[in-house]
Structure formats: structure tokens, C-alpha cells
Design a protein around this ligand. Structure first.
Ligand code: MV4
Length: 504
């Protein structure tokens, strides 16, 4: 494959990830083309790109998910390549194929690799062939309840029924005993049918309280493949990651090296090209099991960037241009520790209800070791039509404790008025003894939700005063559409309490 240089890339996405890709393009001297729905006419990614093209109404199914419209925008703009970001069409093999057929370079793996990994049972079969440990279960979808019953007896309970076309948490059902099979199968199938248009299911033995650890990989078109270590992603809520970090507090150097080698083995077996991620579950005895492979750039890629010093988006583009990986495994190391908090427009005090609306005031934290990848600016509207992720706050420190301290500082510096965000929830996570000790598994968020709440880890007077100030600001801002200057006193007081080793 001859190497080339792209002059123009179409970014087939919106929000923070579109901004992230546009930034990489600008640094590389590549022109960027944004696409936008009617709800995103004035969005940040549209303002930042060199050009922008409308692709339809607010509804994603009629805009960001329309292969024909995205391809037409790329063709009309003269782009040579398409970056899909994550979500929307990023793991749609039909889209990758449509790009290939239109003479556009899809910045990602080949369409047939997406198909292969998209079906979880075929990914499991390939993983077994490559020598990876997989969770005991079936390697083929199961036709009917009788087949499920037969395999269930062989594997043993408790079991997980999973959608073959799935991924994430859709179509996932825990089955504790044989008596639950019929209803669990019916639900899993119907959920899978409506989510993926494919109701095939398969079985895995259920691991108890697993940790979710994933390995980042990159491979070029010339047979070179490396891993970029792990990300710990056990802190999830309804199969939505909320906090990720690297390194994982769980891994030993030996386990890290072993999982990395397993990941590279699958990449080679699959002939995988570009950036990808292998998800593993790690059980209580620290045994890793391959779960699935994501054939895209992940939301949480910045934590890997901060500990390896590698710009993954630029690397994706260079690989798609036909470049050889500029490093080998021996050149890579993890330096320090990085943590990401996903700032969603959701109200953590109302069951994480979405909170779309206008951001009337915004103070984004900065300073040493802080990165904020955001799709919005002050004055922007967070539309209700899409994923409510507004920003990713990422902290780097020399070690885990310093990264946590920086993240706590940054979360308190962050001010968002006009919409509710998950920022207050992170204050609770970041000071929780289990989180601080690295005792995190996939039940962490649920356990946190059952614990009594305390804004009162701070003295109650301060908590009450700052709550009153916040409420006043909010009312004032919403009423006038402008914002009162943030009163410095409450902010300073909080800082002073923190510095005194008071708790925060
Ligand atoms: C599992 C599991 C236990 N055993 N598979 C949830 C999302 C999907 N990617 C895989 N998931 C799980 N698969 C077996 N065989 C437990 C989960 C799971 C989970 C995994 C990672 C992070 C959070 C989770 C929360 C609930 C269940």
C-alpha cells in the first residue's frame, strides 16, 4: 500500500469527538469538513471545521446515521478520507464499505474486519483460534430455547445471555437458574431485535463482580502491531462508562504484559488495521477473559494518550494514509497515571435524567495536568437528540494519588450553569475510600447509589451556603440569560477547607 497525504478529511460525527478529530486535522495541516444536523447548525464542531455541510434533520436516523448523505457530503467537498469518530456509523460495516466503494478512505479497519468483530460469536471463535482465553460459553448463536437449555446444563449457572450482534449492555440477561431461561431468552431476543435487527443470542458463564479492563491496540497496513497498554473501565452505570483510568490499579506488570501479548495475537490473527480495543473481564482471581473487540476509537482514548504520549487520532490518520507505525513495542512505556471523568448533561440527583438546554455560563478548568475535551462552549445549546456527553475531563499525575488530587481540584474548578451535569457525582466518586484504594469493580456505582449522601463531607454551613449561592446563580442566569460573576468567597472557602485537610 503506497503512502499518501490527505489534504481533506470529512468528520462523520458531532460533539466532542468531532472537535477532537478536527483539532488533529488542523495540527496535521489537513482541511476538515464537518457535517451537521438541523439541531447542530451552530455547534462547536461546525464552527471549528474548515467547512461544514448539512446532512438532514435533528433525528440521528435522518442525519448522522444516513450513509448516503454522509458519503454525498464527502464527495461534494472533495474529501479523500472519512473519520467516523465513535458511535453513529463508526462500527457500521456497510458504511466502511460504502466509503471504500466511493473511493474514500475509511479511517478505521476494513469493512470485513468490522463485520467479523461485530458478530460476537465470530469474534469469540477467532479469539479462541488466536489462543486467547474466552469466558466459557458457546461459540455459535443458539437457535431456540431447547438449545439454550442444553448448553446451559453443560456450562452451568449463573449464565449470561448475550446478543450475538450486541456489545455494550443491550440484549444482556443474567440467568440464575434453568427456570429463568424462557423469559430471559424472550426478553434478550426482543431487546436484540429492536436494537440490532438481529435476535440471535449466545451464552457465557456469568463471572461475579468482574473488572472491566481493555487493551488499546494499533496496527498498520504493513503487518506491524503493538498494544498501548490498558484502561480500567469498571466504573460504569447501566453499561455506560463514567470514570476510566490507566494504568489499572488491578494489573501486575506480568498480567499487563500477558494481556497485551494476547491482544496483539488477536490483531495479527484478524489482520486488523488501525486503532482498536479489546475488552476483557478480569475475575476475582485476576484471570483475564476476552469479551469483545471494539473496532473504533473509544471515548476514553485520552487516558491512553496521556500515559503513552501518543496522539491516537493523528496516528489513526497516518495509518490510513499508509504510514508505517513510527514505533515498536519496546519503544512504548506508561508514564504516570491518567483518569477521565465523563461530564454528561444529566442530573445525578434525579436518577441521571438527561438535562439538555442552554449552557449560560461555563468555567472550564485548566492548569497543570488537566485536559478537557469538550463539544460545547458557553452559550451553546445541548440538544436533546443525541448522547448527553458534553465533555471529558482528564487529569494526569505522576502517580494515581496525584492524578486523583488533580481531578478533584479540576472538578471543583468546573462551573456549568444552565444545565445539570454529572460533576457533583464525581466529587463523591473521587473521595470514596474504595475508589481511592483502587477497590473498584463493576458494582461500584450501584453500591455508591445505596450509600447515604453527604454533600456534608463538607461542614454543613459551607455546604448550605454554596448550595444557596448556586441556586441563586442558576435562577439569576436563567432569568436574564446572563450570569452573575461567580462569587469568589464560596470558592475560596472550599479551597481553604480542602487545604486544611478538611475533607472535600
Ligand atoms: C459479563 C458479565 C459477567 N459475566 N459477561 C456488560 C457490558 C458488556 N460489555 C459485558 N457486560 C458484562 N458481561 C459475563 N460472562 C458482566 C458484565 C457486566 C459489566 C461488565 C463491565 C462493566 C460493567 C458491567 C456491569 C454489569 C455487567
Amino acid at each position: 500500500m503506497p503512502e499518501r497525504s490527505f489534504r481533506k478529511i470529512l468528520v462523520a460525527n458531532r460533539g466532542e469527538i468531532a472537535v477532537r478529530v478536527i483539532r488533529a486535522c488542523r495540527e496535521m495541516g489537513i482541511a476538515s469538513v464537518a457535517v451537521f444536523s438541523e439541531a447542530d447548525r451552530g455547534a462547536r464542531h461546525v464552527r471549528l471545521a474548515d467547512e461544514a455541510r448539512p446532512i438532514g434533520p435533528a433525528l440521528a436516523a435522518e442525519s448522522y446515521l444516513r450513509i448516503d448523505r454522509v458519503i454525498e457530503a464527502a464527495r461534494a467537498s472533495g474529501a479523500e478520507a472519512v473519520h467516523p469518530g465513535y458511535g453513529f456509523l463508526a462500527e457500521n460495516a456497510g458504511f466502511a464499505l460504502a466509503c471504500e466503494e466511493a473511493g474514500l478512505v475509511f479511517i478505521g479497519p476494513r469493512s470485513r474486519t468490522i463485520t467479523l468483530m461485530g458478530e460476537k460469536t465470530s469474534a469469540r471463535r477467532l479469539a479462541v483460534e488466536a489462543g486467547l482465553p474466552v469466558v466459557p460459553g458457546t461459540l455459535e448463536p443458539l437457535e431456540d430455547d431447547a438449545a439454550i437449555r442444553r448448553e446451559a446444563e453443560r456450562i452451568g449457572f449463573p449464565l449470561m445471555l448475550k446478543a450475538a450482534a450486541g456489545g455494550g449492555g443491550k440484549g444482556l440477561r443474567l440467568v440464575a437458574s434453568a427456570g429463568e431461561i424462557a423469559s430471559a431468552a424472550a426478553r434478550a431476543r426482543s431487546e436484540a431485535r429492536s436494537a440490532f435487527g438481529d435476535d440471535r443470542v449466545y451464552l457465557e458463564k456469568a463471572l461475579s463482580r468482574p473488572r472491566h479492563v481493555e487493551i488499546q491496540v494499533v496496527a498498520d497496513h504493513h503487518g506491524h502491531a503493538v498494544h498501548l497498554f490498558e484502561r480500567e473501565c469498571s466504573i460504569q452505570r447501566r453499561h455506560q462508562k463514567v470514570v476510566e483510568e490507566s494504568p489499572s490499579p488491578l494489573l501486575t506488570p506480568e498480567l499487563r504484559a500477558r494481556m497485551g501479548a494476547l491482544a496483539v495475537a488477536l490483531v495479527r490473527k484478524a489482520g486488523y488495521v488501525n486503532a482498536g480495543t479489546l475488552e476483557f473481564l478480569v475475575d476475582e482471581s485476576r484471570a483475564p477473559y476476552f469479551l469483545e473487540m471494539n473496532t473504533r476509537l473509544q471515548v476514553e482514548h485520552p487516558v491512553t494518550e496521556l500515559v503513552t504520549g501518543i496522539d491516537l487520532v493523528k496516528l489513526q490518520i497516518r495509518i490510513a494514509e499508509g504510514a508505517t507505525l513510527p514505533f515498536g513495542q519496546a519503544d512504548l512505556a506508561q508514564r504516570g497515571h491518567a483518569i477521565e471523568c465523563r461530564v454528561y448533561a444529566e442530573d445525578p440527583d434525579a436518577g441521571f435524567l438527561p438535562s439538555p438546554g442552554r449552557i449560560v455560563a461555563l468555567r472550564v478548568p485548566g492548569g497543570p495536568g488537566i485536559r478537557d475535551d469538550s463539544g460545547v462552549e458557553e452559550g451553546d445549546e445541548v440538544p436533546s437528540h443525541y448522547d448527553p456527553l458534553v465533555s471529558k475531563l482528564v487529569a494526569w499525575g505522576e502517580d494515581r494519588a496525584s492524578a486523583i488530587a488533580r481531578m478533584r481540584r479540576a472538578v471543583r474548578e468546573y462551573r456549568v450553569l444552565g444545565i445539570k451535569t454529572t460533576l457533583p457525582f464525581f466529587e463523591r466518586v473521587l473521595r470514596h475510600p474504595d475508589f481511592v484504594a483502587g477497590r473498584i469493580d463493576t458494582s461500584f456505582v450501584e453500591r455508591l447509589g445505596r450509600e447515604p449522601r453527604a454533600e456534608t463531607d463538607r461542614p454543613w454551613v459551607v455546604a448550605l451556603a454554596s448550595a444557596a449561592v448556586r441556586a441563586h446563580q442558576q435562577r439569576h442566569a436563567v432569568k436574564t440569560g446572563t450570569v452573575a460573576a461567580a462569587p469568589p468567597s464560596a470558592w475560596r472557602r472550599e479551597g481553604r477547607i480542602e487545604a486544611q485537610g478538611g475533607r472535600g
